[in-house]
Design a protein around this ligand. Structure first.
Ligand code: ADP
Ligand code: MG
Length: 390
């Protein structure tokens, strides 16, 4: 009865807990796509296609030519915290792959209908179709269909198990879709030697290409990728970004990358040995020359990365815009900025969606970045004045 029931504390049924925490791992269409792409890259794919139907509201799939999934891993592929990328906790500081927490597929299973079609080189040209259940268990691995080496993962009805989220998703569909496409651009710009293709088929309509790029593997791969993606005319408006930022950092190694749902994330507790150290962060990429301007009146072409991984840079990107604005008040710069942090000397806490990365000493990093940008742009202010005076 409701009256007495209101004061009773009960455990939430575990399948509800799984659904709720999954919604924190996969926040939106963009994070769903990101997880699948990272898996494809981790599997050494050189050809990745992302196909949307009704902008992802109906379904989408990520098709790769990577290693494929070995039959011995079918049963555990989508179980929570099962991963082939990490064998012990101490490995975390050495992680170079994108994945490593074994949560993406398990979360997607709780939020959508997930189907995998995969073949290793031994199995090709015939692949296996795995139908996964809500808990990540394989419901059927009986399907066989032609498949070259690689994996196709299909996600149908994303968020249908979270009705409120689903409604939001449908309401903001075009915006969500644009965010997902921006993320694909971010990958296409930074990867070397990967062929990226993306298509969409609007409801009841035909499949139409969005973009298709062979990311360059040359020395100037960044400008080549910019040219392929946004046109050759953009390249001369950009200048190289090559900043060296040195500042002191507090190192702490425990509780790294822990999922908030698995325990508290308070820093500075026992076992949290901290020490001061200096660290150098190199920022490598391209940025609009202030004198040219980018012609862009919004920050829609700004791509930030940490060690080649797309990063929602937040305060750091605002700092870039602030400095640029003092040299060119009309435009937002085009930015590609990869923050290269040595993996054994920085300390990041990653939110469940792995997109928000909190840097210790972020304020100091921002300070240094602003100084370095001022210095980079300073000669163009001088030119600007000289030209203006003549
Ligand atoms: P994680 O990437 O953290 O390991 P995921 O849930 O994203 O966790 O994936 C679970 C496992 O499934 C991976 O460790 C990998 O072995 C396998 N896997 C997922 N996607 C692919 C893919 N596209 N190609 C090959 N293996 C994959
Ligand atoms: Mg993964």
């Amino acid at each position: 009865d409701a009256a007495s029931g209101s004061s009773v504390i009960r455990a939430i049924p575990s399948h509800d807990v799984h659904r709720i925490t999954s919604g924190q791992v996969v926040l939106d269409l963009q994070t769903a796509v990101k997880e699948l792409i990272e898996n494809a890259l981790d599997a050494s794919a050189t050809n990745i296609a992302i196909n949307f139907r009704d902008y992802g509201a109906d379904s989408f799939d990520v098709v790769d030519n990577g290693t494929g999934i070995d039959a011995s891993n079918y049963a555990s592929v989508a179980l929570k915290h099962y991963t082939s990328k990490l064998s012990s906790f101490s490995d975390l500081s050495l992680v170079r792959t994108f994945g490593f927490r074994g949560e993406a597929l398990s979360s997607l299973c709780a939020l959508a209908k997930v189907t995998i079609h995969t073949a290793t080189s031994d199995q090709a040209p015939v692949g296996t179709i795995l139908q996964l259940g809500k808990s990540g268990k394989v419901e059927s691995d009986a399907g066989r269909a032609a498949r070259q080496r690689g994996t196709t993962i299909t996600i149908e009805g994303l968020f249908k198990t979270l009705p409120v989220r689903r409604k939001e998703f449908e309401k903001n569909l075009k915006r969500e879709y644009t965010k997902a496409q921006n993320l694909l651009q971010a990958y296409a710009l930074i990867t070397k030697g990967v062929r990226w293709t993306t298509t969409n088929a609007p409801a009841g309509g035909r499949k139409t290409p969005q973009f298709s790029v062979n990311s360059s593997s040359s020395k100037n791969f960044l400008s080549a990728n910019v040219s392929a993606l946004f046109g050759a005319k953009v390249v001369p408006t950009l200048m190289p970004l090559n900043l060296e930022l040195t500042f002191s950092v507090a190192r702490s190694r425990s509780k790294l990358l822990q999922h908030p749902a698995d325990g508290d994330m308070n820093q500075g507790e026992e076992g949290d040995a901290t020490s001061e150290d200096t660290s150098t962060v190199n920022v490598v990429g391209l940025i609009s020359k202030p004198t040219y301007g980018s012609g862009r009146t919004s920050s829609d072409r700004q791509f930030f990365y940490i060690n080649g991984r797309p990063w929602e840079a937040g305060r750091v990107s605002r700092a870039f815009n602030e400095v640029y604005k003092s040299f060119n008040s009309h435009h937002f710069p085009f930015v590609i900025a990869d923050f290269r942090l040595p993996t054994d000397s920085y300390d990041v806490n990653v939110s469940p969606d792995k997109r928000t990365i909190f840097l210790h000493e972020e304020s100091r990093l921002i300070e240094k970045a602003k100084e370095a940008l001022e210095e980079l742009f300073a000669p163009s202010r001088a030119t600007f004045l000289v030209n203006g005076a003549s």
